[in-house]
Design a protein around this ligand. Structure first.
Ligand code: UD2
Length: 314
């Protein structure tokens, strides 16, 4: 894998699931700055190192962010901070819009106004932008149908990131994550990733609420494949594009539960509940575009779950 080294790297949301796994990968050869308000992230997620500079701040603190960006002159910027719960954005659309969109535009604007030169900026968007459009698999050119403030903000910010890049000569790229899972995913909310919730339930012998019949499908992608992709996109020459990040394979929740049960040799207690409103029946990624950059997911669901479990019990 191409590497990022001897660089100053900013990770917003760096104490969260994806950001902290990324920080683990980059910490050895770089100076890493993490900005996180710890709303979902945890300080324990972060690697302990003199090269890690942690700031407990919201990205909506413009004065702080502007000063940080100008002082540090980062080489690489990963924009991973977000209110990731769709339900939360439905409850607090204006407040979450400030975080999921405006704070990111402020970062772009600070770069533009101060003519900060950077190697690349990456924004993490979501498969949520595709909404309920039935076309499968989802291509980057598939119809967009954002159905929540979360999806609207992700889509609009993606556009800002790409178009700021084109208009003002800033190297930028964006990713649309499918269902990412793995170590450090926080299972504490009912809207956390379903695999972290299942894993938590199996471990505690707790009852898992399954919304629907379990035949709904998702494209589950293991965290280390995602981290490798993020790094690869940063160092590649491609810019001003958006990429699906998934595996291209669709798996049902029932299949995933069976995999968990087989690996752990334990039965999950399931309480079948009514399907959640707004839940998408089927979703998986067409990964042709990202594959052109050399991406091949190393983990299928079986190996990925095995690794997830192994790392937990290590
Ligand atoms: C994912 C993203 C979300 C948004 C959305 C866009 C995650 C964690 N969430 O939501 O941010 O981008 O895609 O479509 O990646 N389920 C249960 N029991 C539970 C929790 C979930 O049955 O306790 C079901 C849930 O109803 C859904 C499936 O499991 O059918 C996957 O749920 P999820 O929240 O992990 O992911 P998803 O695809 O709904």
């Amino acid at each position: 894998m191409d590497r990022i080294s001897n660089s100053k790297v900013l990770i917003t949301g760096g104490a969260g699931f994806i950001g902290s796994n990324l920080a683990d990968t980059l910490i050895e050869d770089n100076e890493i700055v993490v900005v996180d308000d710890l709303s979902m992230g945890k300080i324990e997620n972060l690697p302990k190192s003199n090269h890690l500079h942690f700031f407990e701040h919201s990205i909506t603190d413009y004065e702080f962010m502007n000063k940080l960006l100008v002082e540090w002159e980062f080489d690489y910027i990963f924009l991973l901070a977000a209110v990731a719960s769709v339900a939360d954005t439905v409850k607090r659309p204006l407040e979450t819009h400030e975080i999921n969109q405006n704070a990111n535009i402020n970062i772009l604007e600070t770069i533009r106004v101060n003519r900060l030169s950077l190697k690349k900026l990456l924004f993490s968007s979501s498969a949520a932008v595709y909404g309920n459009d039935p076309e499968l698999p989802k291509k980057e050119t598939s119809p967009i149908d954002p159905l929540s403030p979360y999806a609207i903000d992700k889509y609009a910010t993606e556009r800002f990131v790409i178009d700021y890049g084109e208009l003002y000569g800033i190297p930028t790229v964006a990713t649309r994550f499918f269902n990412v899972y793995g170590p450090k995913q926080n299972p504490s909310s009912p809207y956390s990733g379903v695999l972290s919730i299942i894993f938590n339930c199996v471990g505690k012998d707790a009852v898992f609420s399954l919304y629907g019949d379990g035949n709904q499908t998702r494209d589950f992608v293991f965290i280390s494949d995602v981290v490798n992709t993020l790094v690869m996109l940063m160092v590649s020459n491609e810019e001003h594009k958006v990429y699906n990040v998934g595996t291209g394979v669709s798996i049902s929740i029932n299949q995933v539960i069976e995999e968990f049960e087989n690996i752990l040799n334990k039965k999950l207690k399931i309480n079948y509940r009514k399907i959640r409103s707004g839940d998408i029946k089927n979703s998986y990624a067409d990964i042709t575009e990202i594959s052109k950059t050399g991406y091949r997911p190393a983990f299928d669901i079986h190996n990925g779950l095995q690794e997830y479990i192994d790392q937990f019990y290590k």
